[in-house]
Design a protein around this ligand. Structure first.
Ligand code: NAD
Length: 286
């Protein structure tokens, strides 16, 4: 069987089109969503992401304001800065660029970002809302996995979903979101670094979501025939190539659906960031 491509660019475009329509309507009312991007220090890794975020926001009609802070900013100073943004009526959304310099605990900052402006869904209140299942704002990559799965049109009810990776921004929220359909949910297993027999779990997976970032971790012979695979974990190599936790070509021969390494989860995550920005803006108008 040759898998169908779970094309992130197509899914992302659908989300962006819907967002653009709503932003147009807001603009007609004289409202332009305004996103403050807080960057502490000058990490070269975040530079590329900031450029992409800015381009995407501006193409959508969202104002993107980069707020650079010096590398030696103390945690208390950053907290005060975020508190001011929380109060600022001109700022609708806040995004915190990672990584933060050593000495600043991201959790202490995420906790301070107002849940009403938290477009990354990382504030504990927004994380907590995931348990209720009706949230619209949540960690962007986790929501992106859900959009990709929904786009297959497949019924996941009662099927075996295996999530590999249990981080706070991907693995854990994906597992919770997979349970949001209550009686229609798949059965969810979460594997992680301490899992004793990863092969055993992957072999059972009708839906495999791999979010580790270790190419070759999942052997293609473990892939169940007809499974749906979402590759979140990707490692970029020095030669410019990128590889998923499972080999794309080999897994494609067995899966029914699979995301490409490039143009899979990434573009949908960006589209969700825009949708979250729209969502917080709309809520502030209510
Ligand atoms: P993380 O380092 O916080 O978590 C990695 C997870 O992998 C951990 O939960 C750990 O338990 C698990 N793990 C490590 N070794 C394992 C092993 N041998 N067997 C089973 N599980 C193992 O990383 P993260 O932030 O969750 O990101 C994971 C991957 O997803 C990375 O490759 C990252 O680049 C990618 N990612 C992509 C996007 C996107 O939008 N495309 C966004 C976020 C993360």
């Amino acid at each position: 069987m040759a898998a169908q491509l779970l094309d992130g660019n197509v899914v992302a475009q659908g989300i962006k089109d819907a967002v653009a329509k709503e932003i147009e309507a807001l603009k007609a009312r004289g409202i332009t969503p305004n996103l403050a991007a807080v960057q502490v220090g000058d990490n070269p890794e975040s530079k590329m992401y900031i450029g992409m975020q800015k381009k995407n926001c501006e193409s959508m009609g969202i104002t993107y304001n980069l707020r650079p802070l010096p590398t030696d900013t103390a945690e208390s100073g950053l907290i005060q800065y975020i508190e001011k943004l929380n109060e600022d009526k001109n700022v609708n959304g806040i995004i915190l660029q990672m990584p933060l310099p050593q000495g600043i605990n991201p959790r202490n900052i995420q906790r301070v970002i107002s849940p009403r402006k938290d477009i990354e869904g990382v504030n504990p209140a927004n994380m907590g809302m995931l348990f209720y299942g009706s949230q619209k704002i949540g960690p962007c990559t986790a929501l992106s996995v859900m959009e990709l799965l929904k786009s297959t049109g497949e019924n996941l009810k009662g099927r075996e979903a295996v999530v590999v990776g249990h981080s706070e921004i991907v693995g854990k929220p994906v597992a919770i979101l997979l349970l949001q359909w209550l009686m229609d949910s798949p059965t969810v297993t979460v594997c992680h670094i301490a899992t004793r027999d990863l092969e055993l779990h992957v072999r059972r997976a009708d839906i495999l979501i791999s979010a580790v970032g270790k190419p070759g971790l999942i052997k293609s012979e473990w892939i169940k025939e007809g499974s749906i695979i979402v590759l979140v974990g990707i490692k970029r190599m020095p030669d410019g190539t990128a590889h998923g936790d499972v080999d794309f070509e080999q897994a494609s021969a067995k899966a029914s659906w699979i995301t490409p390494v490039k143009g899979g989860v990434g573009p949908v995550t960006t589209a969700i960031l825009l949708r979250n920005t729209l969502e917080v803006t709309k809520r502030q108008l209510e």
